[in-house]
Design a protein around this ligand. Structure first.
Ligand SMILES: C[S@@+](CC[C@H](N)C(=O)[O-])C[C@H]1O[C@@H](n2cnc3c(N)ncnc32)[C@H](O)[C@@H]1O
Length: 209
């Protein structure tokens, strides 16, 4: 799936209207979302004077906890929900591959469950653009899904049975993601894991070097 298709999928009203219900639809999902939130916030460790950018804020699940922050997404409708959830956020309809900010603008960038949808070429583009707007020594927090054969197999049938065609997840190995990060000029700092029923999510804090 291309980055254009990914963007279009989330601009669909049906997706905007059902996103939160789907993400928080069961007790298990709610609990996982809380665990995930805690890891992201711990890794970000936002200080009051820091300029923080969130990419793919969507309906503001994370934004709500970020205080003063700049939050971007390509879905105008999602951003309306974000602004209601966090009135102190500056929300902007913008593309994470072509950000409307000058070089070295932010101390930290965070993005949750967004880059999991990017193939390697697009992930590298997103890293380059984030590096550009991050200050030197700045922090990037993002997640990806670890390669897991069983999960891949289940995903494949789940999507066929429920006829889900709009989005795709691209898993990476730890070795693979380390290589990409080092080639794109990021230093490996901390890596946490969130176990799911099958497979695990890798959540990373890396530095712009
Ligand atoms: C899976 S959702 C994000 C989830 C959200 N961060 C959360 O954890 O609930 C992916 C989001 O990325 C946004 N998106 C897709 N392509 C984008 C792009 N090129 N630039 C910025 N946001 C984009 C979509 O509109 C969607 O809101």
């Amino acid at each position: 799936m291309s980055k254009e298709k990914f963007k279009e999928y989330y601009q669909d009203d049906n997706v905007t209207g059902t996103y939160d219900a789907q993400r928080l639809g069961t007790e298990y999902r709610k609990q996982k979302r809380q665990e995930e939130l805690k890891i992201f916030l711990d890794l970000l460790n936002k200080k009051d004077n820091e300029k923080v950018l969130e990419l793919g804020a969507s309906s503001g699940f994370l934004t709500e906890h970020l205080g003063v922050v700049t939050a971007v997404d390509t879905s105008k409708e999602m951003l309306k929900i974000t602004k209601r959830r966090n009135p102190s956020a500056t929300v902007l309809e913008a593309d994470m591959f072509k950000l409307p900010f000058s070089d070295n603008s932010f101390d930290k960038i965070i993005t949750m469950r967004v880059w999991t949808h990017l193939n390697e070429d697009d992930l590298r583009l997103a890293l380059k653009e984030s590096k550009r707007v991050l200050k030197s020594g700045g922090i990037l927090v993002f997640d990806t899904e670890e390669k897991n054969l069983l999960r891949r197999f289940i995903h494949f049938f789940y999507k066929r049975i429920f006829k889900i065609t709009g989005y795709k997840i691209y898993p990476y190995s730890i070795k693979g993601i380390k290589k990409i990060l080092s080639e794109e000029g990021f230093g490996w700092k901390i890596c946490k894991f969130l176990n799911h029923r099958i497979g695990r999510q890798i959540i990373l804090r890396v530095t712009n070097i």
